[in-house]
Design a protein around this ligand. Sequence first.
Ligand code: HSE
Length: 309
Amino acid sequence: MPATVTVTIPATTANLGPGFDCLGLALGLYNEVTLAAAPAGAYPNDLHITIHGEGAGRLPGDARNLVAQAAARIFAHLGHSPAGLHITQHNRIPVGSGLGSSAAAVLGGMLAANALVDGGLSQAEILRLAAAMEGHPDNVVPAGLGGLVLINQAADGQLHVEPIPLPPQQVVIVLPDFDLPTATARAALPRQVPLADAIFNAGRLALLVRALAAGDYQRLPLAMQDRLHQPYRLPLIPGMAAAFAAAYAAGAAGVALSGAGPSLLAFAPDNHQAIAAAIQAAFAPAGLPSRAWILPVDAQGAQVGHAPT
Ligand code: HSE
């Protein structure tokens, strides 16, 4: 049994416009989760959590912590747990941003827990457990596998996962300083949509997958249109509609809300810095400061490393 396991998990952007709840992309921005086994009595409640970076001082440092909960679920599933546990999180994925920080915490905790006790669970089994716990396979699955992934849930609940190879590229991410819980962004959606909107999205999603796989930026302005979630969510975020327009005006080929927001994603063949600056400037009149990243696509997914015992 290794004494320490470190897992690196990428950020993810879900939906990419028309792929609501079924398409996700891994990004080159990473959290690290380290689990170290400890003897009984080493810590109060046999759990000690240290958090660095994003969410430090804000995320819970006790059994409510998502990494701790995910690890506990795997230990319970396996019927095998270390006596004590020290969790160290090095977070670079901003919390509550639409960039998959919860998926990274759940998947990181589960992968590390399985490795720490030599649990032998397959990656597919852990992805299934993580998706069930986190609730968003369109974040969890690309975080595990890397790259662009299409996820379809069959009637029996099985996840059918289709990785779509992409050319290497960079994307723009901008995160306005605005609190939009996923539950609020989901509550804004209608329970039913017109047939015309469903047809609109089906065609765009098929085109988007094909365009991204081919590196065909010219098709993205059409392919990234959406009528299922963005029309209802954009008005919740001050300056977001202006930010979309500014991104296109600065040369973006496709723009989407990242997951449920409030961050936004732009694809472009070049001029990434200028596009990021234009988006940030568009949020300013709404009184929202913002942060921007130019990120590569992550092609590897979560990586599990064992420290020597
Ligand atoms: N597909 C989900 C949503 C992802 O848009 O609500 C949340 O990250």
